[in-house]
Design a protein around this ligand. Structure first.
Ligand code: ATP
Ligand code: MG
Length: 248
């Protein structure tokens, strides 16, 4: 694939979607006259941890909105587990295992951590709550109101609310934003544990260093276009890409 720099980056992300969990094929999305996504093609295979980076306004959140059915693609096609997601309602998509977090902090104020997790499962899956509380070390704060939790804990509550819905693909929108270095390391290592537990992960981040360390594969968006994709090492070998996108 040709990157904006003119350099060629090998790209398993744009190869055929056979066996992939998520296929985004030639997707464009126009919002209020703004072309938020332009002809984006990418695929996510089971078991991957994919990092999506790019400047503000690149279309990263819009991509999540389109693939989770919050916003329709203007043109192009999204396939989830091989089946087209046409006019997919967000809650139906989530029930089928494609679950996201939101860019703002997680959890509804006025509710405890446990109540937020019960809300996310509609009270139907206490075992999932117990498992996720243990995985993300939230058991000690389960009875605390989310507004009394640290930002890092609230970020984890957001991730937990997605995990209790037993995702097959977890989309994380800026899970490290607003955190200090210590909390970034803590949340990063918990994301790694979630991935190691068998969940396919795709995360949007502005923390390039941690994303490069965590991800199997990276996708770079800029002004709605996919400008590069490849392993962290492949991207880093391209001087122009490295200069434009990989230095924080
Ligand atoms: N509802 C909307 N109406 C009009 N334009 C929108 C809307 N939502 C997003 N946009 C525009 O679409 C473009 C992509 O926005 P998006 O939020 O996807 O970027 P992003 O890569 O997530 O940025 P950030 O890193 O700041 O979160 C931007 O130009 C944004 O202003
Ligand atoms: Mg965003």
């Amino acid at each position: 694939m040709t990157a904006r720099s003119g350099a060629v980056v090998s790209d398993p992300a744009t190869s055929s979607g056979a066996g992939s969990l998520l296929d985004v094929d030639d997707v464009s999305c126009v919002l209020g006259g703004v072309r938020a996504l332009s002809e984006v093609t990418m695929h996510i295979a089971p078991g991957e941890l994919v990092g999506i980076i790019g400047p503000n306004g690149a279309g990263k959140t819009t991509l999540f909105n389109v693939v989770t059915g919050f916003v329709p693609a203007t043109t192009g096609e999204v396939r989830w587990d091989g089946a087209p997601l046409r006019g997919g309602k967000a809650h139906k998509v989530a029930r089928s295992g494609l679950v996201r977090t939101f860019q703002n902090v997680g959890g509804f104020t006025g509710l405890t951590v446990a109540e937020n997790l019960e809300l996310a499962t509609r009270g139907r899956d206490p075992e999932a709550i117990e498992r996720v509380e243990a995985l993300l070390h939230l058991a000690d704060v389960r009875d605390r109101s989310v507004e009394d939790c640290s930002l890092a804990t609230r970020k984890l509550v957001g991730i937990a609310m997605a995990l209790v819905r037993t995702p097959r693909l977890l989309l994380l929108d800026e899970p490290l934003a607003g955190l200090d270095d210590t909390d970034r390391d803590r949340v990063t290592s918990l994301i790694e544990q979630v991935h190691d537990s068998g969940v396919t992960v795709c995360m949007v981040e502005h923390d390039i260093g941690r994303t490069l360390r965590l991800a199997d594969r990276m996708v770079v968006l800029d002004a709605g276009r996919l400008v590069a994709a490849g392993t962290p090492a492949e991207l880093a070998r391209d001087d122009v890409l490295a200069r434009n996108y990989l230095s924080s």
